[in-house]
Design a protein around this ligand. Structure first.
Ligand code: FAD
Length: 315
């Protein structure tokens, strides 16, 4: 492929890259909200992503990168430039490396990976059972549940930095923090990830996965029926080693958030930190306004600043 030729023509000629124009962002995420993306490029393998990366600088600006859109509020106005989407519903089994590690495509769905890891006997992955979104999105967001954070499960992260140079980042180089990483903000693209290889008998992991899936079904909305993007705000970080992290949901409960709504957006009745699309006329602006009102109420009552865990795109 010649990267100096028309980039879109080059990409359109590949069978593993989909190029579409004027695609509703509501089709690109679990909140089912958002106006059109001027250009959407979808790929699902590291090879296809490499081809897109080779042309990235020549694609219509601005350029943004997403996985399954399960942690992003897309604006009603849409996205004026190129949106690159890296996700697949097909589970590509991880490759075993000679040193015992496992190499995984970042486009796979996190829950599929968790199911595979439990069967294979990789400890810790049961905690990610039932979390929507891609593995790549979970890595850069340092996704976590039940006391386990993604950074504990990894050995190496592969992709490109913002300048388009291929990179192999160590866990330290990813700059992980609570629900965050440096990679999430510096324009890096993650294509593959190497997992730690230590195994344990799978029975306990499979039982724990089943238990976690049941608990999630009780507490969290199923985004296919009740569109949402998971916890909206980060939990409150300890200010000293003696303190514990405090759930944002607890503070939101105290201000009566579960009764709050704005236009077609509402707070989920069983979880005060999850905002939902409660009716078909809900807009992204409704969600943003509701979230800002909740932030203000928590600030007024507790003098605490709730920080968004979710990303905004197009605002
Ligand atoms: C019902 C529900 C429950 C949830 N529960 C949890 C939970 O328990 N714990 C938790 O941590 N999260 C939870 N989430 C949030 C979400 O599922 C995770 O954050 C998920 O890992 C995001 O993956 P994604 O592919 O959808 O990322 P997206 O939403 O598409 O993107 C999120 C961010 O990651 C970046 N990104 C995505 N893929 C890549 C990549 N390959 N390379 C570089 N950057 C990338 C994007 O640019 C964006 O900044 C939940 C969401 C829902 C809807």
């Amino acid at each position: 492929m010649n990267p100096t030729a028309d980039p879109l023509q080059n990409l359109r000629s590949r069978r593993d890259v989909l190029v579409d124009i004027q695609v509703p962002l509501s089709d690109c995420g679990t909140f089912r909200l958002g106006g059109p993306a001027a250009l959407l490029i979808t790929c699902s393998t590291p090879d296809a992503l490499a081809a897109v990366r080779a042309h990235a600088e020549a694609l219509p600006a601005p350029l943004a990168f997403i996985g399954a859109g399960s942690n992003i509020l897309f604006a009603d106005a849409g996205w004026p430039g190129t949106l690159v989407r890296y996700t697949t519903d097909r589970f590509i089994p991880p490759r075993r490396l000679p040193d015992g590690g496992w190499q995984v495509d970042a486009a796979v769905q996190l829950d599929d990976l968790a199911a595979w890891a439990c069967k294979t006997g990789l400890d810790g992955w049961e905690a990610f059972s039932g979390i929507p979104g891609t593995f790549g999105g979970a890595v850069v967001g340092n996704a976590g549940a039940w006391g386990v954070q993604m950074e504990h499960q990894l050995r190496q992260v592969l992709g490109w930095d913002a300048a388009g140079h291929p990179q192999s980042w160590s866990v330290e180089a990813c700059g992980f923090s609570y629900r965050d990483s440096a990679l999430k903000h510096d324009g890096s693209w993650v294509s593959e990830v190497i997992l730690r290889g230590d195994t344990t008998p799978p029975d306990r992991l499979l039982a724990e996965r089943a238990r976690i899936l049941t608990l999630r079904a009780e507490k969290h909305p199923d985004w296919r029926q009740t569109p949402c993007i998971g916890s909206f705000f980060k939990n409150i970080q300890p200010s000293s080693a003696a303190e514990r992290r405090r759930a944002a949901g607890w503070f939101l409960d105290q201000i009566g958030a579960k009764q709050e709504s704005e236009g077609g957006a509402a707070v989920y009745a069983k979880h005060a930190n999850i905002l939902i699309k409660a009716s078909s006329d809900c807009t992204a602006a409704d969600v943003l306004r509701l979230s800002q009102r909740l932030q203000k109420q928590v600030k007024d009552r507790f003098n605490l600043d709730l920080e968004r865990e979710i990303q905004l795109l197009g605002f």
